[in-house]
Design a protein around this ligand. Structure first.
Ligand code: NI
Length: 184
């Protein structure tokens, strides 16, 4: 099932997600992970955090391979991911987010990270990543803490985007209202 991805400024995107307990690794959680993967591929995106579909649990799906030319799917489901090492600085170019419509920005990130997580069988997995994969991991783990990439750009750029987004939502509401009154 394709899930609805929450859009900024939905307050649920600001929730800090709770760790997944081993006992919680049931069919329902597997289904959620499968639905999140389906949603990510259909949007399309390269990562999705449970926070973005209104579930405040530390669960993310990522696949930074499939969107490249001739790329094959290489889905990773990460339970309780945590950055255990970070090194160097780099700028992610034109970072974007399925929850932040119509906006991209360059973001200062760690150049290399080591992430420790569990998979759906509760095995420990360690990922050492650089480049796009490192940026994606940082972006998704941020979501689990209620942090969006626009929190990591200058206040000026963020304010400009926030105002533009509010105007856009106002216009959408107004056209919805006028469509309703036209039907009456
Ligand atoms: Ni995002």
């Amino acid at each position: 099932m394709i899930l609805e991805v929450l859009q900024f400024p939905d307050p649920r995107l600001r929730e800090k997600a709770a760790p997944v307990r081993k006992e919680a690794l049931d069919t329902e959680l597997r289904q959620l992970a499968a639905d999140m993967a389906l949603t990510m591929y259909s949007e399309p995106g390269i990562g999705l955090a449970a926070t973005q579909v209104g579930v405040a649990l530390r669960l993310t799906v990522i696949d930074t391979d499939w969107a490249t030319e001739d790329g094959e799917r290489n889905l990773r489901v990460l339970v309780n991911p945590e950055i255990v090492e970070r090194e160097g600085r780099a700028v992610s170019e034109e970072e974007a987010c399925l929850s932040v419509p119509d906006f991209t920005a360059d973001v200062d990130r760690d150049a290399r990270v080591v992430v420790r997580a569990r998979n759906l069988d509760w095995d420990e997995v360690t990922i050492e990543a650089t480049g796009l994969e490192a940026f994606c991991l940082q972006h998704e783990i941020d979501h689990l803490d209620g942090v969006l990439f626009i929190d990591r750009i200058s206040r000026l750029k963020r304010d400009l985007y926030t105002r533009r987004r509010k105007r856009q939502l106002r216009r959408e509401r107004e056209s919805a209202t006028s469509a309703v009154s036209a039907e009456e």
